[in-house]
Each structure stands twice: as C-alpha cells, then as structure tokens.
Design a protein around this ligand. Structure first.
Ligand code: NAG
Ligand code: NAG
Ligand code: NAG
Ligand code: NAG
Ligand code: NAG
Length: 460
C-alpha cells in the first residue's frame, strides 16, 4: 500500500509544482527573443555601406511600442553596430524578427567626413501625439575607444511619416565631459506644450526641454548623485562597479497638468520624488534654494539598484527593474516606500538577466527588454543561447495578489492594517527574496499543503 501510493503522491506533487511554476511566471510572456540580432538588409549592396558591421557588437537596449511597430535601440557600445535605432512591425510573426533601421538606412550611415543623423541612442519615447523622441548621446565605441562624435541631442520624429520634425542640441553649459544622456521621460498632457526630461547619468543632472519654447535648462540636485555604497552590482556571477547618477524616471499625473516625478540614480537603492511644477519653471528649477522641494521616499534594500522605471497611468503603479536581482518590482505611490510595500511581479535568473527597458503601452500592457548587458560588457555572450528577450503582459494582471493591487481605501499607515497585510496577501515579499533568493508565494505553498493533505486523506 505504501509503495503503491508513493507514485501518485509524486505525480500530484509534480503536477502541483508545475502548476505553481506556471502561476509564478504567467504574469509576463516572452514574446520575442534573439540569440543574436539580425537586420533586414534590403540588398547585398546595402551591406556594403556598413563595412564595419559585426553581428556580435549589436545588443538591444531601449524599447518603445506604438500601435504598429516595436522600436529597439542598439547603442554603439562597440564599433560594429549597424544602426542604433530600429524597429520591426508588430504583425511580424517571427519569434526573432529582423531589425529595420529608423527612419532609414541612410540616417545611420557613416560617410567620409560626416556623422550620421542618429549617432548612438540608448532610449526613446513615443508620445501620445504621434511623435518619437530620440535622445542621442552622440557617444560611440564606448567599450573600446570612446568618442564623443557630436554633442548629445534630442531628435523628434513624426511617427505618421517618419519625418524629422526637430533637432535640439543640448547646450554646452548644460552638460559636462562626463555626460551620458541615457534616459528620457516625456510629459505629453498637451501636444503643443510638451516637456521632455533628459537624464544625464554622468553629469549627473536633469535637462528639462520645453517643446513650446524650444529651450532647455539644467536642474542639479544632490539626489541625482550615485550612492558610493550602492556602486557594486552583482549580476549572474559578474560583479562590477558603476558610478551612475540620475537614471530612472516615472511620471504620475497629478491631474492639474503636472506630474509627480519618481526618480532614482542607477547606483543607488533610494527612490526620490519632485513635482514637475518645479522642474518646468526655469527660474525655480535652477535656483539654489529648491533643495526642500525634492523628497527622499525610501530604499529598495540591499542589492536594490534599479535601472528603468515607468508609472502606469491606469493602475497608478510604479514598475521598476531591479538590475542585481533579475527582477521587476512594483510600488503604489499611495503607500510609503518601505520594503514591505514593494513587491516582485517577475523574477527569473535566466530570462530576466539585466532588464534594461520597461514601457507600458496605451492598452495597459507592460513591455520589458532584458539583454544580459554585464556579460556583453565584461565577459562574452554565448551566440548559441537566447540572450535578448522582450516580455509582455497586462499590468493589471501583473500586480494581482501583490501589495500594489490594494485599493487606496485599504491603504493606511495604521500599524494594525499593515499587520494584516503582512500576514495575508503578499506573495514573494521583497524582503524575503533578498534574504533567501526567489521563493514561491505563501498562498501557493498553502495550496500545496492543502493538496498534500487531501492526498494523504485519500490514499493513506
Ligand atoms: C547576396 O549574397 C549572397 C551570399 O553572399 C548570395 O548568395 C546572394 O545571391 C546575393 N544576392 C544578390 C541579390 O546578389
Ligand atoms: C504589417 O503592418 C505594416 C504597417 O501597419 C503594413 O505596412 C504591412 O503591410 C503589414 N504586413 C503584413 C504582412 O500584414
Ligand atoms: C558581489 O559579489 C562579490 C563576489 O561574489 C562579493 O564579494 C560582494 O560582496 C558582492 N557584493 C554585493 C553588493 O552583494
Ligand atoms: C476596490 O474598490 C472598488 C470600489 O470601491 C471595489 O469595487 C473593488 O472590488 C475593490 N478591489 C479590491 C481588490 O479590493
Ligand atoms: C537567483 O539569483 C539570485 C541572485 O543572484 C540568487 O540569490 C537566487 O538564489 C537565485 N534564485 C534561483 C531560484 O536560482
């Protein structure tokens, strides 16, 4: 009897384990993946125009989604990059679609004595007014022999006809020799009066650009600085030190034409906030006595360095990538920024290694690009393995069962309430994960225990 029942017992366990795995990871799906990037060369002659092309130098980094296209940036980390801004169509049914340079092949071509229209962009943003904002670092061959080929610039395209609407060069007095403009957020409540926030992680500083006045100004603050205690990153066995300042920016509308900007430096575990009402006022934003208008919210804890973040306007939740933890996490701004009030929505030590961009589209879907950047920079990517992935899933579903899905009415700073929360709802608590790696959420463990109990009752 004992021996006979042991087989179904393991069978049930196995089924249960499988089901748990599905639940644990079904919040996001890998929709595209590449071992190495391929371009959609129109002809062999085109290839001749890019003599330096080396496939292994091409690594995807930034992501943007429009109704018909998916944009992917490929910064010029090394010399063999074809084009630093590309797209493919969403109706492309291949799992590893080929990239098409944007807005054209010519816009990326080096000709004797001149630089291309787009030199090297890290991140881009499509606004709700059908414009694509491209933040060009002007910086190439970063890993081997770095060269500032042109000053950093903002290029804005019309997505309806891919025409360049405007190019704005970031003024010299708003940057430093260490500048690297790696991230952009766009506040587009008004198409005529749009603002772009350009994060300079090297400065560090924040350049605010007004579409209407065609001017920009530099905002400096101590909260943009890297934290010397958070400069060490450990990503899948590779350890390195980065001293990067202002990076992640999420804009939460305050329903008065302005936003609360949640931001953090890359080499930091802290999250901060500032109102765009301040940032958009060139006088006040650059004044030295604005210190108290910036707020320190709290920490993500040990190994909690975050790269990109994005605030979902539908759920009001801030989603952010945890670079050293192969994870995507969430936090609802109505809550305090405490570790207990942050949650994981996705963790995977194979597929989510170095989540590098995160966007939420107009249908409420979250999109994430992961690319194993540290291995590309400090070791070597295996060309036979899937190295680059794009994930997609509903933001609403992603926060289900996490602290981020609670109603604002049930959120309070009442210690009794937080005690209840503590004991009931939260799966995959950040605190737990940081101490002991990825654990299944307690709800599923109790289901497992129920199943085992049922089994024991039935078979023994
Ligand atoms: C392009 O080159 C490949 C291999 O180098 C060759 O097989 C193919 O026929 C060429 N195509 C054209 C249109 O010349
Ligand atoms: C895919 O979408 C693009 C743009 O919407 C369109 O031009 C193209 O014809 C479509 N291709 C297919 C195979 O449907
Ligand atoms: C990173 O890993 C190294 C070696 O594996 C270790 O010595 C170091 O303490 C780790 N750093 C952090 C911040 O965890
Ligand atoms: C949140 O509040 C709304 C309206 O008060 C209610 O209908 C909904 O069920 C609540 N959701 C949760 C998860 O409590
Ligand atoms: C995932 O990686 C983290 C950090 O490297 C480690 O602490 C954790 O144990 C790993 N989890 C699994 C399930 O391998």
């Amino acid at each position: 009897m004992q021996a006979k029942s042991i087989i179904p017992f393991f069978y049930v366990l196995l089924q249960c384990h499988f089901w748990m795995m599905v639940i644990a990871s079904d919040k996001l799906d890998v929709v595209y993946q590449w071992k190495q990037l391929e371009y959609e060369w129109p002809s062999n002659d085109t290839e001749l125009l890019f003599p330096g092309y080396k496939q292994e130098d091409n690594l995807p980094l930034g992501l943007e989604i429009t109704s018909t296209r998916i944009f992917v940036t490929v910064p010029r980390w090394r010399r063999g990059v074809v084009a630093s801004l590309n797209y493919f169509y969403r109706n492309d049914t291949r799992r590893s679609p080929n990239l098409i340079p944007y807005p054209s092949w010519e816009a990326h071509q080096y000709e004797a004595g001149s630089v291309p229209e787009i030199i090297s962009t890290f991140r881009i943003r499509a606004d709700r007014c059908e414009r694509l904002w491209v933040l060009d670092t002007g910086f190439t061959d970063i890993l081997d022999s770095p060269e500032q080929q042109a000053p950093p610039a903002l290029l804005i395209y019309d997505l309806r006809d891919d025409r360049l609407l405007r190019k704005f060069v970031i003024p010299e007095d708003q940057r430093t020799p260490d500048s690297l403009f790696a991230n952009i957020a766009v506040e587009d409540y008004s198409c005529e009066d749009t603002f772009a926030y350009l994060a300079d992680l090297g400065g560090p500083g924040l350049v605010v650009y007004s579409w209407k006045s065609e001017k920009s100004w530099l905002v400096k603050h101590h909260f943009f600085q890297p934290d010397p205690q958070a400069e060490e990153f450990n990503v899948s066995g590779i350890s390195f030190q980065w001293t990067d300042g202002l990076f992640g920016m999420g804009l939460a509308s305050t329903n008065d034409g302005y936003s609360m900007m949640y931001f953090h430096p890359l080499s930091s575990t802290m999250e901060y906030s500032v109102s765009t009402k301040l940032l958009r006022d060139p006088e006040r934003a650059t004044s030295l006595d604005n210190f108290h208008e910036f707020h320190a919210l709290g920490s993500r804890g040990h190994n909690g360095q975050s790269s990109v973040s994005f605030l979902d306007p539908n759920t009001g939740v801030l989603f952010y990538a945890l670079a050293s933890l192969n994870a995507i996490a969430c936090w609802k701004p109505r809550n305090m920024f405490k570790i207990e009030q942050q949650d994981f929505i996705y963790v995977d030590n194979v597929t989510m290694v170095f989540p590098n961009d995160l966007k939420i589209d107009r249908n409420g879907n979250i999109w994430i690009l992961s690319d194993r950047l540290p291995a590309f920079m400090y070791s070597r990517l295996d060309p036979e393995d899937y190295n680059f992935r794009i994930f997609m899933g509903s933001a609403k579903k992603a926060i289900k069962g996490t602290v981020c899905s609670m109603n604002s009415s049930s959120i309070s700073n009442n210690p009794y309430d937080s005690m209840i929360e503590e004991n009931n709802v939260h799966p995959k608590r950040l605190k737990t994960v940081q101490n002991s790696g990825y654990v299944y959420n307690s709800g599923l463990i109790s289901i497992l225990i129920t199943v085992i109990t049922l089994f024991v009752r039935t078979f023994i």
